[in-house]
Design a protein around this ligand. Structure first.
Ligand code: NAD
Ligand code: GLY
Length: 362
């Protein structure tokens, strides 16, 4: 097991990463002093992992309230959030009743937001079970739900007390979900960790084959990157925005296609190619660099061509991005491979060229 720390003064916490951690009650018990917890999960993850977790905690005298939600990005909304509050109130949960998120990023984001808001804040524990949630969404405290007009538009920064990433849970993950997680892994290499990108170029097939050692390394290295960024910029006033490489385009794809049609990581993959294309049009990176990035996503079997939504639709959806300031769009782009920056200085003509070049006709 490897343990990292997200350094946020009195809100600092550990990320434990290893195979079989779900059987280690000692990692959770210090955070459950009142011997009661609500475990929020979904209809897919519950049959796989809920019973084992419940039995383990109950054997240590912890009362477990299971809350099982419907599965899917299309349920990451206010109506489903309401189901969590309903269950918490029905079971008379109190301010000292921690919520455990057992599942992928959808469960983690919704549970975190419920924890941030229920009784004005209750403790929160992340047990991420997808690659994407282990390398990204469970760390850093971004929580929230979608709105029909925009992705992750309602939310709060609310840090967990601990993150338990059990690599063994990735063995039951569908292939396309594993690949979606790899998109966020590649992101760290592109924005700030060139040696990690080179490692990914050498080890992509091992990751796809779910080699435990490779997964452990990729999750740990990704979490190290994320913890460093969050440690210096928790609320995204600067460097943290770089973690959104590919997301301005990707969120537009996810929303434009209808939540759940494209996986988040798939949108990020195609969106990153668009960001790379735009970076190249600005003269920052070369066409060979764009091809190098594209090859890596292709080897990860991720989409590199965005869907045809129409330039106007893309512009409208991208205008809802959280990075928009004073009505002006801002983009995370690559100054070089391994170094991303945020810029608002993108000529409209070049953006149009990228939107036309990267959608459906490559
Ligand atoms: P997800 O939560 O929808 O999980 C993907 C699928 O895998 C679901 O069907 C889920 O039930 C299933 N699943 C989960 N664990 C499993 C397991 N071990 N075995 C078998 N099936 C399993 O998707 P995701 O990719 O984990 O997360 C995507 C979400 O995360 C998006 O909503 C995105 O906006 C959000 N996100 C948040 C942050 C953040 O910082 N908070 C960062 C990145 C992404
Ligand atoms: N996934 C982007 C962030 O956590 O900031």
């Amino acid at each position: 097991m490897q343990t990292l720390t997200v350094g946020l003064a009195e809100r600092s916490y550990h990320i434990h990463i290893g195979s079989g951690l779900l059987a280690h009650a000692e990692l959770l018990l210090p955070h459950l002093p009142h011997k009661r917890t609500a475990v929020v999960t979904n209809t897919t993850v519950a049959p796989l992992y809920l019973e084992a977790l419940r039995t383990l905690l109950q054997s240590h005298g912890v009362d477990v309230i299971p809350i099982i939600l419907p599965d899917g990005e299309e349920y990451k909304n206010a109506a489903t959030l309401g189901l969590i509050y309903d269950a918490l109130l029905t079971h008379r949960c109190e301010r000292n009743t921690p919520l455990i998120a057992l599942g992928g990023g959808v469960i983690g984001d919704m549970t975190g937001y419920a924890a941030a808001t229920f009784l004005r804040g209750v403790p929160f524990i992340q047990i991420p079970t997808t690659l994407l949630s282990q390398v990204d969404s469970s760390v850093g405290g971004k929580t929230g739900i979608n709105h029909p007009l925009g992705k992750n538009m309602i939310g709060a920064f609310y840090q967990p007390q601990v993150v338990l990433a059990d690599i063994a849970t990735l063995n039951t993950l569908p292939d396309n979900e594993l690949r979606a997680g790899i998109a966020e892994v590649i992101k760290y290499g592109l924005i700030r960790d060139l040696p990690f990108l080179e490692w990914l170029e050498q080890n992509m097939e091992k990751l796809l084959a779910r080699d435990t050692e490779a997964l452990q390394y990729a999750v740990t290295r990704s979490c190290q990157n994320k913890a460093e960024v969050v440690g210096v910029d928790e609320r995204e006033s600067g460097e943290r925005a770089l973690l959104n490489l590919g997301h301005t385009f990707g969120h537009a794809i996810e929303n434009g296609m209808g939540y759940g049609v494209w996986l988040h990581g798939e949108g990020v993959a195609a969106g990153t190619i668009m960001a790379a294309d735009l970076s190249q049009r600005l003269g920052w990176i070369s066409t060979e660099d764009v091809m190098r990035i594209r090859r890596l996503f292709e080897r990860a079997q991720l989409p590199v061509v965005a869907p045809v939504l129409g330039v106007e639709k893309y512009l409208q959806l991208m205008g809802l991005d959280k990075k928009v300031v004073g009505g002006k769009m801002r983009f995370v782009l690559l100054e070089s491979i391994g170094h991303a920056v945020v810029t608002g200085d993108v000529p409209q003509g070049l953006l149009h060229q990228t939107l036309e070049a990267c959608c459906g006709n490559a």
